[in-house]
Design a protein around this ligand. Structure first.
Ligand code: NAD
Length: 253
């Protein structure tokens, strides 16, 4: 336990597994009071057992539920917008419904969350918002990630707009852009590839990395959590409107 976030209250979405869960745990380890939310009540229960943080079910696609969560748990110092979904395929594979769903979960949810929690931060004159974006499709073109890339590019634009509007009022807004992070979401992609191609899981994992992550190492959720701790700590006071890559060198190529 350290205290880089002592005295801060952090609200985390999609905290049931993967990056959101690791971030909630990292925030607790750094002394923050954490409210961890997700649609998956059982996953939240196990997180509560692991670290004792406050948990609450929240579907970020539901506008009224988001408003109610802000009224119940706000004001907060840190908002981590983790929820997101990957749709595979090109523009020709994407239906109107899939476009609507991807934008609702990946982008509109962040708009809703920020609108609900920002007034509390402005009253305090202090706050840090972190939005999960991605390198895929937004910073680098990625095959078969059409609507995902479009949503994550929108997240970067949303992040920079919020950062620019509130830069003199104590609120910082930044985005994190990972390459491959080994979460249940990515493990499923590895397993699907191994099954589809009839190859060992290790070979499927290496193929995934070889496509995009020249370090040939997955980022771990814990490493992502450590970056989130830095971005919302006072050490990052001058990091504003950043789209921060953590991608094993994908962008550098
Ligand atoms: P994951 O699929 O492992 O976990 C997602 C979590 O979101 C789950 O706990 C799920 O229950 C929750 N969730 C789903 N719908 C929700 C909703 N409507 N409201 C609230 N919670 C909901 O995902 P992950 O790999 O940890 O990814 C987290 C974020 O990071 C996403 O925005 C993703 O796009 C982004 N990202 C991930 C990677 C990666 O390699 N894993 C790379 C780039 C960006």
């Amino acid at each position: 336990m350290s205290n880089r976030l002592a005295g801060k209250t952090a609200f985390v979405t999609a905290a049931g597994q993967g990056i959101g869960r690791a971030t909630a745990l990292a925030f607790v380890q750094q002394g923050a009071r954490v409210i961890a939310t997700d649609v998956n009540a059982a996953a939240l229960e196990s997180l509560h057992k692991e670290c004792g943080c406050t948990v609450d079910v929240l579907d970020v696609t539901q506008a009224e539920a988001v408003q109610a969560a802000a009224a119940k748990h706000g004001p907060v110092d840190v908002l981590f917008n983790g929820a997101g979904f990957v749709h595979a395929g090109s523009v020709l594979d994407c239906t109107e419904e899939e476009w609507e769903f991807a934008f609702s979960l990946n982008v509109r949810s962040q708009f809703r969350m920020i609108k609900a929690f920002l007034p509390g931060m402005l009253k305090k004159g202090n706050g840090s918002i972190i939005n999960m974006a991605s390198v895929a499709g937004s910073i680098k073109g990625a095959p078969s990630r059409f609507v995902y890339g479009a949503t994550k590019a929108a997240v970067i634009g949303l992040t920079k707009s919020v950062a620019a509007d509130f830069i003199t009022q104590g609120v910082r807004c930044n985005a994190i852009c990972p390459g491959w992070v080994l979460t249940p979401l990515v493990q499923k992609q590895i397993d699907d590839r191994a099954r589809a191609q009839g190859i060992p899981v290790e070979q499927a994992a290496a193929a995934l990395l070889g496509d995009k992550q020249p370090s040939m190492q997955f980022t771990t959720p814990d490493q992502l959590g450590a970056l989130a701790v830095f971005l919302c700590s006072d050490a990052a006071i001058n990091v504003r409107g950043a789209a921060w890559n953590m991608d094993g060198g994908w962008v550098a190529q």
